[in-house]
Write a protein that binds this ligand. Sequence first.
Ligand SMILES: Cc1cc2nc3c(=O)[nH]c(=O)nc-3n(C[C@H](O)[C@H](O)[C@H](O)COP(=O)(O)OP(=O)(O)OC[C@H]3O[C@@H](n4cnc5c(N)ncnc54)[C@H](O)[C@@H]3O)c2cc1C
Length: 460
Amino acid sequence: MPFHQDSFEAVVIGGGITGAGVARDCAMRGLKTLLLEKGAPGAQTTAASSHLIHGGLRYLLYDRLTTHATSWDSGNILRVAGALLKRLPFIWPVYRWHSHGIETVETLLEEYDRFQRMKGGRPHLRFSASDTLRVVPSLEPAGLVGSVAFDEWLVDPVALVEANLESARRHGATVRCGVEATGLVRSGGRVTGVETASGPIPARLVINAAGPWIDRVAAFAGASIGLSLRQGTHLVYGRRLMPAGLILEAPPEAYPPGAGRDQTRCVFVIPMGDRTLVGPTDVPCADDPGRLQSEPDEVRYILGTVRRYLAGLPRHHDRTTVGARPILEVSGDEKRLSRGFEVFDHQSRDGAAGLLTIGGGKMSDFRLMAEAVTDLACRKLGVDVPCRTHLETLGGQPVPSHPSFALPRRNFKEFLGRRPRLRELHALSYLGLAFARHLARRVAGGRRLARPEDWDAYYR
Ligand SMILES: Cc1cc2nc3c(=O)[nH]c(=O)nc-3n(C[C@H](O)[C@H](O)[C@H](O)COP(=O)(O)OP(=O)(O)OC[C@H]3O[C@@H](n4cnc5c(N)ncnc54)[C@H](O)[C@@H]3O)c2cc1C
């Protein structure tokens, strides 16, 4: 039967990493599932990402529980998608002119080490200035104090989407790309299906996983979701520029005019096979997420940062990528925007039964996002089947046994989720304690700096 003449228990709108993860979870719990993607799978925000499955080092500054949850789920993603992930070591060089000294940066990495073990990451290393230059000889030597090294996981995001969709199909889901949800079918206030150009598709439940378009899809049911879209541009070089990833603090003169100085901004250099990604930016996004364009100011900011450190950067990049981070709006300033996710039950929230939305989050916790919204979908549909997406690899094999770690308590995460100021204070108080411990250890002495051969032994 053609899919548009069939009816489904769950119709998922959006075939980025979020929707692909949701379709897999729904199908693995036995729901008759359809996924609709208006374009190609993973071709929007997901493809424009920095290609990292990471724990969210930066969130330790203002949203520690999101670092915790993301690291936890990154560990699951590593186990289910292992073959698609590759360890990528990063060097974070620290210069005399930087806003944070090396003791502060190392403290941040010491705190991150606690979460690294959840995601198969290695504890950080610290190098002297001269040994940093042995590991990355092309770095600017003037003013270099030293560096810290740590690792994240590199992934081809479109391959990750496709592998999730393939797994969903194997579990019985139908996937249709090139089909846009143009509206929602409603009956007596309840959402009962999805409108498409080929006609309506009946559904017991519609799950809106449309990334930066979730607000538009929710609006089909008269619901509003506040999104604060943040545009991110990368420059792509058609060759490998570095032996390792780099984190480079942006010098103030590189900031685009009007950019806030309230937080330190960094540019990543990410070697991926025989290409290199350099970016991203993080600027408000005024446009339709489907028609984004990199702005000259963004390119100037990236180049102005990287050239400060790498005089040998090629004059021309080959292309740019641009995407819109689908960040949920909260009151408060930009710095405190959470990278966490939320499940919206439009029945209790807007009187639109039959519609759920999954919003916010990142690629690095897509599986957890899918689990959260599918748990609710199952409760609504009266289906009592637990999530298994962390127990089976994308290829269909059982996940081998592994150490288990606890997630942050859900009610505590929700409590801080609604209170950005408290969330930031909570994060900073951990860092404050960690800094005191770090300084005491430094003064007590006996700490060995890593050597370049440690780098080789560690990451090769
Ligand atoms: C510059 C940048 C760098 C990032 N780097 C990272 C990173 O390194 N690691 C990380 O974890 N996260 C990263 N993120 C965040 C991450 O990329 C996103 O959170 C994630 O990709 C969002 O996936 P998604 O599926 O929700 O959205 P998308 O990938 O945008 O997918 C949504 C899909 O919905 C489809 N759609 C929309 N409306 C309809 C409709 N009406 N009918 C049918 N289909 C529809 C769209 O075509 C689209 O394919 C980054 C984001 C940006 C912008």
